[in-house]
Structure formats: C-alpha cells, structure tokens
Design a protein around this ligand. Structure first.
Ligand code: TYM
Length: 338
C-alpha cells in the first residue's frame, strides 16, 4: 500500500524456519493486527534470514507459503497490509550489503542472539549468522519505518538498526528514519511450557512449544503438562513462579484481564483448573485461525496473487530507498537493464 494517507509505518517479519508458535503469535502478530488501522502496515516472510541455519529447501518453501496463509488467517487483511516474501524484493540484499560496510565487527559481536545461536550451531557459525542484524536493519530502513512491533528478544536488533542508521545519517544527511521497537504490554516474552526459564521457540522440545498448527487435543495436553510449582496459588511472580507467571501472561494476553483479576478468578482452585482454562482460551483463539489457514492453503493461486502483488508494492517503495542510498555512497546511476 502506498503511503498516500501519510500514516506512520509499521514493519515487521517472522522467519519461516518452522511452524508459527504461540510465542510469535502473542509477541508479534497479535500486536501487528491491533495497529493495522492506525499504521500503514508492511509484513514480510523473512526467508532470507532463515538460511543462516541449514533447512530442507522444500520445507522452507512450504513453510514460507504456510506462514503467509497464517498471516492472512490471523487477520492481516491483504487489502489493508502489504504482505510479501523477503527474497522476492532484491532491494533487501542490496541495502544489506551497503549497510554491512557501515556496521562494526565489534557491535555485531555483542548481539545476544548471535552468541546464543553460535553456541547452539557450533558446527555452522557462518557469516550470515553474524551479519543477520544488518539484513534486518535493511528490511526495516527500506520502508521509512516508524515502528517495529516485535517480541522482547528482537529489541536489541532494532536498537542496532538505529545505531547503523544514525552512523549513515551522520555521514550523508537524513537518509534513514530511525525506527522504534514496540513490544506488547503482555506477551513480549512467552516462555516454554516445559522449561519456563527458556523462551518458547520453534527449536524448543515438543512439549514446551505450542504451534498454531497444533490440534485442540495437542494444545490441551501441552498445557496440562506445563511445569508449575508446589505453591498452588495462581499469583504473578515471574521470579519465583515462572511457570504460573507464563500461563498468566498467556491467559491475560487472550482475555485482556489483569494479573490481579486472574488471581481473583482462580482463587482457591487448583492448578489443574487454571491450566485447563488457559488451554481452552488458547484453543478458542487459535482454532479459527488454523481452520482459515487450512482453507487458504487449498488455494495456492490466491496466495500467489497476494505475495506477488505485495512484492510489487514493496519493491516500488524499496527501490526508491536503494536509489537514494546508492547515490549517497557514490555509485553511478543504474542504467535501464530491460
Ligand atoms: P523470529 O522469527 O524469531 O520471531 C518472530 C517474532 O516473534 C517474536 N517472538 C516471540 N515473542 C514473544 N515470546 C516468544 N516466545 C517469541 N518467539 C518469537 C519475535 O520477537 C519476533 O518479533 N529477526 C527476526 C525476524 C525479522 C524481523 C525483521 C523482525 C527479520 N527482519 C525486521 C522485525 C523487523 C526474528 O528472527 O524473529
């Protein structure tokens, strides 16, 4: 969508490394959706970021399409948002290269995610894993983005994006807008159900991670097995009662209720009742999304139409920024190639 109404711009993306999780839904997509009317909205399936780890190519392709279907099914209306696949817009790779030359080795070395991922994939610490935040900065800066709605783990990457943009602007003038990370009030860090001191993530163990594709039965079973404590009181204490605090965040995120209200609601009731209630609320919220995504996935031609139109719009906006940046750094104006 062109920025004709001069709305502020929100941009965000998710890696199609696996099925979407409850963490990415509550930490990101739900928040994106809440701001679609107010902001011009651009959402990306960031497949180029995904290949920093080794994935089966056929799986990556089908995950990307599936993720697009889930974006739409979750309420990101393609009439109101620009939805596209990152690798379809060459400007992302083009700007990333330029920004690589304005990003310092030291600052990339300090990125928490790089340190975690390189410990986890010690046999494949590739340069892409290291410069990952630079590609992410390119994603964001290409679109004059005002806000980047993300979960807590991505806040540091939006901050380095601001640092890179500031460094570039200090040399060449006001080329890039400085984006602000926006985290949801509740749900910015959903934890694993089986190990509540770890983030719920796609690479998590089976029992600790809810994926949006899970059936109601599977979701209920995972919540029933969620690790809690022996205190038997539904009370928000993210230090001493990590498991319960996490379940309360999920419940609060879906119901809009405060932690105090939840404590009152479940006073005198066992954890079993509370876990079942969180499970049911999650199932009720996710079921229609899953069903709609499955329906959309039967219509590949429609999905292709959406991502093609999205890429065309995104490419138009992004190429303007690439032209501007190329001129600033001193590249000869591109001839028309075809
Ligand atoms: P990714 O794919 O790991 O996660 C996608 C989004 O979901 C959020 N999230 C969570 N939030 C709360 N609790 C959790 N357990 C949880 N797990 C994931 C993440 O914070 C993120 O918002 N580098 C990014 C993708 C990216 C991007 C961008 C984002 C690439 N380019 C430009 C914003 C703007 C990533 O790996 O997210």
């Amino acid at each position: 969508m062109e920025n004709t109404e001069k709305k502020l711009i929100q941009f965000s993306g998710i890696k199609p490394t696996g099925a979407l999780t409850l963490g990415s839904y509550l930490g990101a997509i739900k928040n994106w959706k809440s701001m679609v009317e107010e902001y011009e909205s651009i959402f990306c399936v960031v497949d180029m970021h995904s290949i920093t780890i080794r994935l089966n190519p056929a799986e990556l392709r089908s995950n990307a399409i599936e993720q697009l279907a889930y974006y739409i099914a979750a309420g990101l209306d393609p009439e109101k948002c620009t939805l596209f696949i990152q690798s379809h817009v060459a400007a992302h790779a083009e700007l990333a290269w330029v920004l690589n030359c304005y990003t310092m080795f030291g600052e990339l070395s300090r990125m928490t995610q790089f340190k975690d991922k390189s410990a986890k994939h010690a046999d494949n610490i590739n340069a892409g894993l290291f410069t990952y935040p630079v590609l992410m900065a390119a994603d964001i800066l290409l679109y004059n983005t005002d806000i980047v709605p993300v979960g807590e783990d991505q806040k540091q990457h939006v901050e380095i994006c601001r640092d890179i943009a500031t460094r570039f602007n200090n040399i060449y003038g006001e080329v890039f807008k400085l984006p602000t990370p926006v985290l949801p009030k509740v749900g910015a860090r959903i934890m694993s159900l089986s190990e509540p001191d770890k983030k719920m993530s796609k690479s998590d163990d089976e029992t600790g991670c809810i994926i949006l594709k899970d059936s109601d039965d599977v979701i209920m079973r995972k919540f029933k097995r969620a690790v809690t404590d022996s205190d038997m009181c539904v009370r928000y204490d993210p230090v001493e009662k990590k498991g319960i605090a996490n379940l309360m965040s999920i419940y609060s995120s879906f119901s809009g209720k405060s932690f105090d209200e939840i404590t009152r609601e479940f006073e005198g009731q066992g954890y079993g009742t509370f876990k079942a209630a969180v499970g049911e609320l999650t199932c009720d919220a996710i079921r229609p999304i899953r069903e709609e995504a499955n329906r959309l996935l039967k219509d590949k031609a429609y999905l292709e139409e959406i991502y093609s139109a999205g890429a065309a719009k995104a490419a138009r906006m992004a190429s303007r920024m690439v032209d501007k940046v190329y001129k600033k750094v001193g590249f000869v104006k591109k001839p028309r190639l075809f």
